[in-house]
Design a protein around this ligand. Structure first.
Ligand code: CA
Length: 222
């Protein structure tokens, strides 16, 4: 998913960037409000993570301008302003969630996942495979699909981008193996196992040589 991260605090931004990258997302960075505004005007995003106290243009103004352009991408506000009035104002202008600094990265990750899920509905069906975004469990014709944690993360990344190619690097990042010596092998082994487990599900994980993988119904042409 494409995420805009607008945060001027360097160390916080670095931490959030790492979390989002590890989840396999594409991240654009804005260090001030005016830059965020420009990116939001010119590009497409699936989620906006927005600090309120930004130089050059306040986060609330960025949000106001975004909604005025009728862009309804989910917006997660992260802010040290924890007064109820700020929170209410943010939500009134059209933020979808509000996280008060300081927060745990795991909490941030959970909110991001929830917001991205919202745009997708509760479940995704491909062939006979049913994926629940609420439970993060997969089933095939009502029978639970037994897969490992790494396989789950890879399958989730593929389903999230259903119909699009997911790069091997993104998949490796999603399982936290981007620094591992044998990234290719890590991804390939998991894909191999997933294919075996999905053999009867009418789902295929195709290898697009040199680019990455795509999940699709078995009879779909690319
Ligand atoms: Ca700030």
């Amino acid at each position: 998913m494409r995420i805009l991260l607008a945060e001027d605090d360097v160390s916080l931004r670095r931490g959030l960037h790492q979390v989002l990258k590890a989840a396999g997302h594409q991240i654009s960075i804005a260090e001030d409000g005016s830059h965020a505004d420009t990116l939001l005007e010119g590009e497409e995003f699936d989620l906006v993570v927005l600090d309120l106290g930004l130089p050059r243009m306040d986060g609330l103004t960025v949000l106001e301008r975004l909604r005025r352009r009728n862009r309804n991408w989910p917006v997660l506000i992260i802010s040290a302003r924890d007064r109820t009035s700020d929170r209410v104002r943010g939500l009134n202008i059209g933020a979808d969630d509000y996280l008060t600094k300081p927060f745990e990265l795991s909490e941030f990750e959970a909110r991001v996942r929830a917001l991205l899920r919202r745009g997708q509905g509760a479940e995704t069906q491909i062939g006979d495979l049913l994926w629940s975004w609420t439970t993060r469990l997969a089933s095939v014709r009502q029978a639970p699909l037994i897969i490992t944690a790494q396989e789950t993360v890879i399958l989730e990344s593929l389903i999230q981008q259903h119909g699009k190619i997911v790069t091997k690097t993104a998949l490796a990042g999603a399982v936290g193996g981007e620094d591992s010596v044998d990234v290719d092998n890590l991804v390939e082994v998991n894909i191999y196992r997933l294919r075996k487990k999905l053999a009867e599900a009418g789902v295929e994980i195709r290898n697009v040589r040199g680019v990455g993988y795509i999940i699709q119904e078995s009879n779909e042409a690319l």
